[in-house]
Ligand binder design. Sequence first.
Ligand SMILES: Nc1ncnc2c1ncn2[C@@H]1O[C@H](COP(=O)(O)OP(=O)(O)OP(=O)(O)O)[C@@H](O)[C@H]1O
Length: 313
Amino acid sequence: MPRTENHANALEITGLRKTYAASKRSPAKDALLGVDLAVPRGSIFGLLGPNGAGKSTLINILAGLVTKTSGSVRIWGFDQDENPRQSRASIGIMPQEPNLDPFFSPRGSLDVQAGLYGVPKSQRRTEELLELTGLTDKAEAYARSLSGGMRRRLLLGKALVHSPQILVLDEPTAGVDIELRNMLWQHIRRLNDEGMTIILTTHYLEEAEQMCDQIAIINHGAVVANDTTANLLGQLDAKTIVITPDTPADLPDLPAEIEGQKRTNGTLAFTYKTSQTRADQVLSLIHNAGITIKDVRTEDPDLEDVFLNLTRS
Ligand SMILES: Nc1ncnc2c1ncn2[C@@H]1O[C@H](COP(=O)(O)OP(=O)(O)OP(=O)(O)O)[C@@H](O)[C@H]1O
C-alpha cells in the first residue's frame, strides 16, 4: 500500500485550497488559501482561529463532507484521493453538532456506525464504548431522550467505533458543563496515552494551552503559526511586573520601552520586553521614584496574547 515518506506524521496537508462556489445570495468565497500542515503522530494538536477562519472547512474536508478545490491530504500516510477507504478508516471525527438519529438508541447508533465502517460483528466494541462514554445505563434509550451532555458523549463513542489512529474533535467542550468537560478531557488524555493522535479545535485558549503539545493558528484561510505550545508562548517576550504600593502612588515617568498602567485596584503594572529590559531596571525605576513596594508579582503572556497578536487584522 502506498504510504507517505514521513512516518512521523499522522496527518499531512499540502497546498490545501477551498473555494466555495458563488450562489445567488453570496459571491464565491476562498475559505482555505493553500494550507500546509503536518500533525505529528501521538500528539494532541490544537487547531485554533477566529470565527470564519476556515477550521470547520478543514475538518469537513478531513471528514469527507466537503470536497477540496486543490491540494493534497494524507491521513496516516494514505492519500485521501488515491486511498479513500484506508484514509477514511484511519480517522474518527466528533462533529460539533449532535447529528443523531432521534430514533436510535446509543447501542443502535454505535452498531450502525460500526456497520458503516465495515467493522465485523466479532470486532465491534459497542459495550466497551458505552462503558467509556458512561452510557451503559442509557444503552436502549432513544437518542431524543438523551441530555445534551449524553449526546456529546455518544458522538465521541461513534467517532471511535472503527478504532481510528487519529481522533478529530471539533469544539468538543463548547457549551458543556465543567463536569462533562473534565470527563471528556480525561477520556481524551487516556486515548492519547494509549497512542491515539488527537486533533481538536476549541475556543477556550486556556484549554488549548493546557492540553495541546502543538498548536496551529489559522486566520483568513491561512496558517499564521504552527509550533509547539511552549515555543508559541515563548515568542512573545513581554513580561509585566505588577506592584502594590505601600501608599497610593501614580505612575512614575517611564522610558519608551516600558509601558505603564495604573489599574483600578491601585496596583501599578509595568510591561517590558525581556530582550530589552531587565527586571532590576524596572524595580530601580520604581524605587528611584520614591515608591515603596508592599507586594509584587509578575505576569507572563498567555496563549490569548499570542493568539490576538497573530490574528488582529
Ligand atoms: N457552505 C459554504 N458556502 C459558502 N461559504 C462558506 C460555506 N461554509 C463556510 N463558508 C465560508 O468560509 C469561511 C470559513 O468558514 P468556516 O466555517 O470553515 O470557519 P471556522 O473557522 O470553522 O469558523 P467557526 O469557528 O465560526 O466555525 C467563512 O467565511 C464562511 O462564511
